[in-house]
Design a protein around this ligand. Sequence first.
Ligand code: GLU
Length: 514
Amino acid sequence: MNRKTRVRFAPSPTGPLHMGGVRTALYNYLYAKQRGGDFILRIEDTDSQRFVPGAEEYIIEALAWCGILPDEGVERGKMAEQISERHPHAPYRQSQRRAIYRKYAEELVNKGFAYYAFDTSERLESLRKDAESGGGAFTYNYQVRSSLDNSLNMTKDECEARLLQEKHWVVRFKMPENRVVKMTDMIRGEIEVNTNTLDDKVLWKVADELPTYHLANVVDDHLMEISDVIRGEEWLPSLPLHYLLYEAFGWEDTRPNFAHLSLLLKPDGKGKLSKRDGDRLGFPVFPLEWRSPEGDISHGYREDGYFPEAFINMLAFLGWNPGTEQEIFSLEELVNAFSIERVIKSGAKFNPEKAKWFNQEYMRSREIDKIASEFALILSEKGISRDFEYIKRVCSLVRERAVFVKELWDLADYFFVAPTEYDQTVKAKFWQAETPEILNSVKEFLSRIEPFDKESIEHPLSQYIKENGWQMGSVMNSLRICLVGASKGPSVADIMALIGKEESLKRVERGISA
Ligand code: GLU
């Protein structure tokens, strides 16, 4: 069937978005954009018990930081979107669609695909306990439903009376007996499941007049004309139920294609990557810093200094590769290169070092203006202001060695503040009895160089040192100590050219007498 590609990212606002969730959003986005389709953000907030304040805002901000912008869906700061050309299926928050779902639940009951269940939670709990004490597990399914308190076992009148009187009934799906559901997953291929292994899931609850995930998800995917569902593999066990729901509603013709993404694994490959791994090993698992309602703070890629482009590039490679040597991809290039067929079935091991590697690559290739403006912010926090051109030149000289912009200060502080201390261990290696005298001559030589740029300094200076028969290493390193206070930095000529003649001579003089 030829229809417009429409995908959705459908997080539940139960906490901050884990990087695995961002990857799901990213793959959806890439898949849609490659096909000229739409990427929709739907908030699945029907489970009020697990609702966490601030989580929705966090999700929206995290996607925006990553540059994964929804074409349609929940928007920042809006309580509800109005139906409009941009938002033809509004609202996109399930709690605001409450009125929609009941009739679908009733339709299933009327067609015989679902039934009303009145079993109290106490009764179900005791059935669960009994089963456990016998070493088994209680499942509400075809084997036991005829002995439980539901509409299948009572007259229509009795059922109707109880529906009106009682406040805790639910609608359950009547899972067919002994049927093999054949499904296709774009990543995993053909899958078959016998319905006898499945239970009669709750679809709708009168207590809060809300659907459960399964009903809301299928109904909304249908109403929002979703063509492809790409989601985490934790939803794979729900796929047979979803297939059967499409069938029961008679929506098979427009049933979306499904793809279930494997988990992100811990760096050692043993188990699911969790927030605790991040805390333990010192890397973020969330895109942005998160302050829980209890006040705990979790690291975020943004706050740790990652570029969103590097983060996205790294995430894309957690479970997918283009089949070529190329590793650096902009979002646009990812849109072109991505293919769901190349997404791996097995779990993708997260490597924090590789994340840094990606950032370093972006540090090297990012527009220098961007790097310099970010560094200018750090400088101004330290009360340092210099002209932008100067900051840019500093960044160009030292960025090769940095993974993060925040490291530039340690690499380049001496470009802004003259050293007042000199690394004694380094000094001991190169500084000799005659060094002060030599440096005085060098200073004198430097003062005559005009213009004072790298080319006019570099070669003539080394010639001058050679002609005098001085040791190149000792002189150059001593000069560096005077200029920097330590052994770091680009070439001595680069440093002097940038800080200028006057400042260079001052530093040499101070270094000699220190
Ligand atoms: N609300 C579900 C989640 O947060 C969405 C699953 C799906 O995409 O169907 O994982």
